[in-house]
Design a protein. Sequence first.
Length: 304
Amino acid sequence: MSTYALVIHGGAVTMPPGQPGPEEAEQQRKGLRQALDAGWQVLHRGGPALDAVEAAVRSLEDNEHFNAGRGASLNRRGEAELDAAIMDGRTLQAGAVSGVQHVQNTVSLARAVLESSPHVYLTGEGAVELALACGLPLAPPSYFQTAKTRQQWLEIAQQDQGHLAGHDTVGAVALDQAGNLAVATSTGGIEGQAKGRVGDSPVLGSGTYASNEACAVSCTGDGEVIMRGALAHEVYALVKYKGLPVGEACRQALRLRDEDLKGDKGFIALDPQGNLAMEFNTNVMRRAYRVGEAAPYVAIWRDE
């Protein structure tokens, strides 16, 4: 049986000591385990990496303890605007969407763009029209507005200028038994962001990239910083053109022009041999992986 592997993340962020609290941390661990198992089962049965990353990210989108799908942050108007991308490392086919409302699983909408559209990237109402055409599940605004995100929005709305806090994302990279790589990334953005703001997650080469000739990468952290550094493609380029191991490529990308690209950054990556990386400069990075039938690994804090 060929090597197969799955790595997932639920967001990298710098948090005050003691956060997340024990109850929230346990919920996040449970969610990571569920998402990891959803994707791993696909790979274990011999399914494609593309199906595995979609399954893992869908699970995280359905979980209100992560900032994607149901748990998405709310913009200044109190709306959830969702972004996602998915990419097939075998063919370089990809689909991406941004500024989407009402679609329960944005990663599946990105998959629909990949499979059912001549385009790579759709946004706003055009993306929702594709969701309707493909029969994807929709939900009312209340589905995305959890007690936690409503409270966060109220706190920001009551401030004169508002502040931008939290920038979690969810993502997955997979290697299947046929030797193919894939990646998917999904986000609910930043609490209190301007309507129409798009982060790095749906931007190919910024927050999401996969190619069988090098690696698959999903990023999390400060989206504007990751976009300006094109950091997912930076990892790919360091592997492909410098021949760096995927872990070292992630570490170098993490330090790329650090004076100009200050902010929270985290990467998960996989190469075609099943070597994996989880690199971040924050004190919290919700992460998990499983290689073949080995025991799964799940962690939240840096020192785990």
